[in-house]
Design a binder for this molecule. Structure first.
Ligand code: KG4
Ligand code: ZN
Length: 337
């Protein structure tokens, strides 16, 4: 089954064709980074406009790269939630139009489920059940993936997402947008024990996260040092800050895996590209646990992950009609249709 898939929930316009949920026949991604860079972050209205400008030509390019004729496309999938509402609507309406014009089933996909599904492409042997940690710009979740379309959230952030904390910290250090990847690079040159940043664990909710405190701490640290005229070692700050965030993520995830006796561990989302997080999990996992990491090319937003998840949603009959709407927030536990 060949699924033409669209992703436009934030600042990447992406189209892919995925066969049977696991094989990517073509995948094209247009990143809007250069457009948003001058503002230091994503401007939602500009993102929507960029999606409109690109989506049609990217679709043609994707079909051309796949070598398929349009008659060989069996279904259309699209990210319907969560994300920037204007940005999502571009993909949803384009997908609806394509499905209607060619009389194809329309499969709505949850963006965070799709991040998890990126691992199905990279790891042919990976099957639920497993424990996943999804860490992106807007989410930090620990989820029990009981089946391809059956999820239970065991931990979540009470305030900011890990990606948001990386981006804010990077901004404070004067690093260009998108900050997470720049922070990762700089952190490699610094000492992670140089600055003590706060790490939060809630007694009653040991798998939940809170990153607002560490965000405030880096702002205050830099501000105070500048006021005193002290020289700042940016690499040390980046390394210490990254250590606090990735240490918290890794500790909570591994604790949850231990408590729930999970042997198969998966990470996903933009922050899963972080080298310190990957290293901590590799080193921290137990001998009888298997850790699946997505390749860097599948950590960020892409269309292939949408096609992968869509295949399994379709098996469960999760097909929408043309009244499908986009939603800016929606639980990973609930079915979109
Ligand atoms: O999953 P994603 O591409 O988009 C969302 O669904 O949000 O995640 C984007 C987030 C951004 O906050 C970005 O700074 C962060 O992932 N990110 C990283 C790294 N690469 C991307 N954070 C830390 N280290 C990285 N190497
Ligand atoms: Zn994402």
């Amino acid at each position: 089954m060949n699924i033409l898939s669209f992703e436009s929930s934030c600042d990447e316009t992406a189209v892919a064709i995925v066969k049977d949920g696991r094989e990517v026949l073509a995948s094209v991604v247009f990143s809007q980074i250069d457009v948003h860079k001058i503002y230091g972050g994503v401007v939602p209205e500009i993102a929507s406009r960029c999606h409109i400008e690109k989506i049609s030509q990217l679709t043609q390019e994707c079909i051309r790269q796949s070598g398929l004729s349009e008659d060989q496309i069996d279904a259309v999938a699209v990210t319907a939630a969560p994300g920037l509402i204007g940005a999502l609507l571009v993909g949803v309406n384009f997908a609806k139009g394509y499905a209607y014009a060619r009389n194809l089933p329309l499969i709505p996909v949850h963006h965070i489920r799709a991040h998890v599904a990126a691992n199905y492409i990279a790891h042919p042997d990976l099957k639920p059940p497993f424990l996943a940690m999804v860490v992106s710009g807007g989410h930090s979740h620990i989820v029990l993936v009981k089946d391809y379309t059956d999820y239970e959230i065991l931990g979540r952030t009470k305030d900011d997402a890990a990606g948001e904390a990386f981006d804010k910290g990077a901004r404070v250090l004067g690093l260009p947008y998108p900050g997470g990847v720049q922070m990762d690079k700089l952190a490699k040159e610094g000492n992670p024990k140089a600055v003590k940043f706060p790490r939060v664990r809630f007694k009653e909710d040991p798998y939940d996260f809170s990153f607002s405190g560490v965000k405030t701490a880096i702002v205050n640290y830099v501000h105070n040092a500048k006021q005193k005229g002290e020289e700042l070692n940016f690499a040390d700050i980046a390394a210490s800050y990254s250590d606090a965030i990735t240490g918290t993520l890794a500790d909570h995830f591994l604790q949850c895996a231990k408590d729930y006796e999970q042997k198969t561990l998966v990470i996903a989302g933009g922050v899963s590209a972080n080298s310190m997080l990957r290293q901590k999990l590799e080193e921290g996992k137990a001998k009888d646990q298997t850790l699946y990491l997505p390749p860097l090319s599948l950590c960020g937003d892409n269309g292939a992950m949408i096609g992968a998840q869509a295949f399994y949603e379709f098996q469960e009959g999760h097909v929408a009609d043309l009244s499908l709407n986009a939603l800016s927030s929606f639980s990973i536990e609930k079915q979109l249709c």
